[in-house]
Design a protein around this ligand. Sequence first.
Ligand SMILES: Nc1ncnc2c1ncn2[C@@H]1O[C@H](COP(=O)(O)OP(=O)(O)OP(=O)(O)O)[C@@H](O)[C@H]1O
Length: 371
Amino acid sequence: MNEVGVFLEVNDLELHRGGARVLSIPSFSLQEREVLSLIGPNGAGKSTLLLTLARLLPATSGSFRCRGEEIVSNSAIFAYRRRLGMVFQEPLLFDGTVFSNVASGLKIRGMAEKEIRERVMATLELFGMTQLAERSARKLSGGEAQRTSLARAFAIRPEVIFLDEPFIALDPPTRQTLMDDLERILRETGTAAVLATHDQLEALRLSSRMVVMNCGEMVQSGSPEEVISRPGNEFVASFVGMENVLTGTVIDSRDGLVRLAVGGRQIEIAGSAEPGDSAVFCIRPEHVTIDTLDPSGDTSARNVFPASISRVIPNGIFHKIHLDCGFRLVAYLTGQSIANLNLAEGKKVFASFKATAVHLIRTRQLDEAAG
Ligand SMILES: Nc1ncnc2c1ncn2[C@@H]1O[C@H](COP(=O)(O)OP(=O)(O)OP(=O)(O)O)[C@@H](O)[C@H]1O
């Protein structure tokens, strides 16, 4: 069997800058071939962590092991860095052709001319850009320049590639195409990657594990689907677009169903909790359904509420519908669905969601909650 090992293991990492602690990571590991995304708001520490993991920024304290070997001495750090590729927001190409940019890492490694030519052409082929080989880097579009920068990083056949918001400056179609190609190339080459991004869709598209960062700490780690549908706290919930974070009081809990009092209504959710506790829970807006007629007889959803539409906010493909059901709820609907249902502000509708669509973030005893 082909066992996947740990490529990088980091423990007790701290980094202080300008007198402040900007990273505090008790432990972190990256598997071979794993594609991991670091997501978090501006200033969360994503770029700093990437640079620290790449040993380009010295940590204040902490231990680093690559395939079980400590990376301490300058020669070990140097050898470790040679196994890595890095791509930043800016392509950082030098004057010269696409070919010479992609060849640069190979030249530094002392590879023979013939091998360089073969490797560069194979890499350009992988990125679908052989026709650009002799083009001056100055004459590239933003997308082509970032593609060249990625090809340069992949040409050395790195074991891990660190990507710091590589798509942030690109227009949506270019971003999508490059992301699709990167996903294929990572899969085909088996290269591990750490991607810093603030965009959860990029994380969903590319990574198998997502780590949410806030204030220099890793606050949740899991598959992107898990983090997005089961956030561990209110910060993660709001960062991943969980617009409906609500608080209620547990009425009773039996057979895997919890009944909560919320804004004068009762909600049923999957889980268990102590009666009398205060509960914080969340519902993804895309899991809320809107009907103009009472769907109670026709839906398996346990939670159906009469509601009035308080706001309709156009928001790209999906529009945000703010509902007042006794508590506030946001639903996402396409413009087409809004037109079909003839929805508008002030209209009376029914909002419904399944008990399993609700994620219980945490419960607290009510006297604790008050204190
Ligand atoms: N050279 C520096 N000196 C002191 N503090 C710094 C320095 N560079 C970054 N910081 C601080 O480190 C923290 C993390 O910054 P970092 O750029 O890593 O965050 P980020 O998550 O990558 O944010 P962004 O998405 O805005 O790039 C911030 O509080 C920032 O102010």
